[in-house]
Design a protein around this ligand. Structure first.
Ligand code: UDP
Ligand code: MG
Length: 311
């Protein structure tokens, strides 16, 4: 491929402390892509790794000119990394792939085969997912939430083995908002999506880079980044609670007239009070989440900082 020509295919790989799988990944990926027989580029985005991934990537870049490397100055998260890769990807089709080899690169041709005329996005769907149950439970929640919020039902929103056509990529990249959950963005822009079952392997090296809090934040991002639904639910609950409270007061008043004052019930009242207080705190938190997002939006801080680009 001569310089400046547009590759047909860009593969974007986010990397966070994956030094041990990179060489193997590159080998298998390059083999698969060569067999496809179209011009391609591989873009590795180093999301602030501290384990020698940077050196491994430099070595790959030195041996293969189709490899491009973008390095963040620190860790910004998988979706920021994929976004950075998409911003620089030149391909008519962009494929995203995890670096940990849980999604075999050999599945890419099947994704591309499903990207028929009229389909903009093909999403992998991990059959027999080989992850510990807490990770799977979190994904179940993400799937439910995303499907409900975006209004597009997918079996597996978490699978990052995906293929996108250029118009969808351009739209995703143009989204300057703080929300970055790429599968949800893609689902909201795609005219037509397809889902393809893909193999899922156990993680060979290390553990998932998603801890509990990272997942929690992703869920908050989803909830508040894509809709006003949570805050509307809070308002509805508020109304329901006031109506219930009113009914309860009415009941207590009647009871007082008919049976006499109630003293032992003090603790019941406390329980009810705590329930209401909890709801209020939740509501405050949600409002805070939205305000925080508005704040981040008006600050217009860049989503990430790049410290090095090798291309
Ligand atoms: N990743 C990243 N930045 C992060 C966390 C993860 O670039 O902050 C990358 C990671 O290197 C891998 C991919 O995102 O290539 C998926 O991460 P992981 O395998 O830990 O997630 P899981 O398979 O549990 O969804
Ligand atoms: Mg993984």
């Amino acid at each position: 491929m001569s310089d400046g020509a547009r590759p047909a295919l860009s593969v974007v790989v986010p990397v966070f402390n994956e030094a041990r799988s990179l060489a193997d990944l590159h080998h298998r990926l390059a083999l698969t892509l060569k067999e496809l027989g179209r011009p391609y580029e591989i873009i590795f985005v180093d999301d602030g790794s501290r384990d020698g991934s940077a050196d491994a990537l430099r070595a790959l870049r030195a041996q293969d000119t189709l490899v491009k490397v973008i390095r963040f100055n620190r860790n910004y998260g998988q979706h920021a990394a994929v976004l950075a890769g998409m911003e620089r990807a030149k391909g008519e089709i962009v494929v995203t792939l995890d670096a940990d080899l849980q999604n075999p690169p050999e599945e890419i041709p099947r994704l591309l085969a499903a990207l028929t005329d009229g389909v903009d996005v093909v999403a992998g769907w991990r059959v027999n997912r080989r992850d510990p149950w807490p990770r799977r439970a979190a994904s179940w929640l993400v799937n439910r939430l995303t499907s409900a919020i975006v209004g597009v039902h997918l079996r597996d929103y978490g699978c990052m083995l995906r293929a996108y056509r250029r118009p969808v990529v351009d739209q995703i990249v143009a989204c300057q908002g703080v929300s970055q959950f790429i599968p949800a963005l893609a689902a909201s822009f795609a005219t037509s999506m397809a889902e393809v079952p893909v193999i899922h392997m156990k993680r060979e090296h290390g553990r998932s880079r998603y801890g509990f809090f990272r997942l929690l934040r992703l869920n908050f991002d989803l909830l508040t980044g894509f809709s006003l639904l949570p805050i509307q639910v809070v308002s509805l609950v508020g109304i329901a609670v006031s109506v219930l409270g009113l009914g309860f007061a009415l009941f207590l008043g009647l009871r007082r007239l008919l049976v006499g004052p109630e003293v032992e019930g003090v603790f019941t009242l406390f329980a009810i009070l705590f329930f209401f207080v909890g709801l209020q705190i939740l509501a405050l938190g949600l409002i805070g989440e939205y305000v925080g997002r508005i704040y981040q939006e008006v600050r217009r801080r860049p989503r990430y900082m790049i410290s090095e680009v090798l291309e």
